[in-house]
Design a protein around this ligand. Sequence first.
Ligand code: ATP
Length: 736
Amino acid sequence: MFQKVFRKEVFPFYRQSDAMDCGPTCLKMIAAHHGRVYPLQYLRNACRISRQGVTFADMMAAAEQLGFKTLPAELPFTVLAKKAPLPCILHWNKQHFVVLYRITETAVYVADPALGRQSRYSLPEFMAAWQLDPGSGYGRALFLEPTAAFYAAPEVAETKASLQALWPYLRAHRKRLSPVLMTLLLASGFALLTPLLTQAIVDKGIQNRQISLILLICAGQLALFLGRMLSEFVRARLLLRIGARVSTAMLKAFLHKLLRLPLSFFDNRQAGDNMQRVTDNQRVEDFLTTSLVSFVLSVVTILVLGVLLLYYHWQVFVLFMLGGAAGIWWNHAFRERRGRLDQKRFGVLAANQDMLLEMFGAMQEIKLTGSEARKTRQWEDIQEQAITVKLESLRLDQLVQGVSSFINETRNVLVTCFAAVLVVNGQLTLGAMLAVTYTCGQLSAPVAQLTDFIRAMQNTRFSLRRMAEVHQEADEDTPQLQHLAGDAVTGKDIRLQNVSFRYGHRHSPLVLRHVNLLIPAGKVTAIVGMSGSGKTTLLKLLLKFYPPQEGDILLEDTSLQDFSAESWRRHCGVVMQDGYVFRDTIAGNVFAGDTEKNYERLYEACRMACIHDFFASLPFGYETLIGKDGYGLSEGQVQRLLLARLIYRNPSIVLLDEATNSLDAHNERAILRNLEQFFTGKTVVVVAHRLSTVKHADQILVMDKGAIVESGTHAGLSASRGAYYQLVKNQLELGK
Ligand SMILES: Nc1ncnc2c1ncn2[C@@H]1O[C@H](COP(=O)(O)OP(=O)(O)OP(=O)(O)O)[C@@H](O)[C@H]1O
């Protein structure tokens, strides 16, 4: 009745790197199934992923770009089971995408980029996650069929994430690596000598009744123990240094890279995804200092003790190794299930953390809206999920550990039993039997550690891939771009030619539509318009935070795209609506990126921003710590601080976005008077809702739905009784 898809090969599975990557990762799996492996970043770009993830339409556009024929459908399960060509992409729990690759009469197999390769669902479980409305039986799917263009498309190199990436960082510490290796060799030498000494006590000391020999051997054992402890101490210290240095170097490279990336990179990712990459760094450090070292130690110990066991009796050796292999196989068999549970636990922990952060951060709002009970309920739901996951983990651990211990114990008993028989038959001395059982005991831990190492290596490779993805992103500035030095922008007009722009998806609405305008040098241009009309976006384009999707922005005759963003922004002084106060002193906040710390200019800037008296009156004056966790400032004080920062910077181009809207009328009047003098000779763009801020501008532009609908002076626009006049009447605050 149901379509059966038998495949000998394993369905290619890839795990998503970031919270919103499920769509591109599904595409990657399907393309890989048809024989082409694309880097995730390439597919992310093709999907035009945003912080909200991707839609079916985005995936279709990307898939068509890869050479697939696409068909989106809303269909009942019976049709999906009977007729659908697999694999296909499914909309899952209304917020996620997965790949469906196999349906049997009783189960549905799904590759879930967030969970793991083989998520097997019973039909009711599957329907609960797939169907659009409970009981409707319908769900959404995207079918992809490769065309000739798919196979003819040029290869795109896959993101490299081999452990070799660690070598450049390790190389810098190669002088410290040789002592580490020495301690490892010493440790295995000690491990080798101990069973030999045990045998000597029994076979030579006890049998020949030589007390002095027994004492000597015991003293030797004590010396071995001390030697082993000392080498472990030295190794731990060396490793801590290497691990910490390598980790700092990697994190530094990562943060440097982040700071060089364009703002759109951060728009398309959730903050947690970047934090996760910082955690990845910790994972790599743990791998280098713990897993890798214990792996090398395990391998050396297994080799040395294995040879010893072989020397004593080859059959004992084979018996032990068979038992060890069975234990490893058993642990390995549950690797994927463990991985899935880990992901689930990680998800619940993250949800718990987000929930608590929101509760602490929004305490005022919770009390005001009476949401205490609702928030507590939400928290309790998360705890329930956590308990379920913990129980599931415990059950799995008990099964894996229990059977593992059973295998190990059975192996040890069999080895002891077999060795005892050999002693009885005179094929092994009693001392050798003790040495054999001791050796087997010493071998158990290293054999078990091999499985842990495999898991740690896979996780580390995944972390390295996630970090490599960031390193492969294109920088905001390239060396070819022109550097704007000194007064290179002074006296030059800025011109927007037919500029259009949209955020995120290719299907998102245009936020700026064919904008043409001139921002004259040395003059004040004011932009007014309804909320959401695109004023802030226009400023962001002027700041090169985003490139226009159509048209161009020119400084005199040169496109802004030809200048390095960093050098362009050095000429711009900006107060944005959501300007940020750093966790720093007041002076540090005003100096911000400026390297010249001139206190006279600092006081003057704060005087012009009408905030000097307040700052000076604080017990620690300009050295008062502000920002998060520091001395609290009112919104108006924050705005004045941001204005002081701008004045101190003394740029050629000034961009203000609602920079005075939180000020009282008295302060605003005084500051505007001061700013008028400060603006002289500068190119100024002011976005404001208050008439008092805009009416003296040399030119006023009125924006509506992303377009400039009117321009002129206050007098001219008021007289023409158009959009500006209406805005003044209905929207603009008349300024008290
Ligand atoms: N980062 C973003 N991602 C997606 N859409 C955005 C983003 N920022 C702004 N928008 C959208 O772009 C449109 C224009 O926003 P913009 O902030 O430029 O308007 P505005 O005229 O400055 O509004 P206001 O006067 O309220 O500040 C809005 O519809 C907004 O939802």
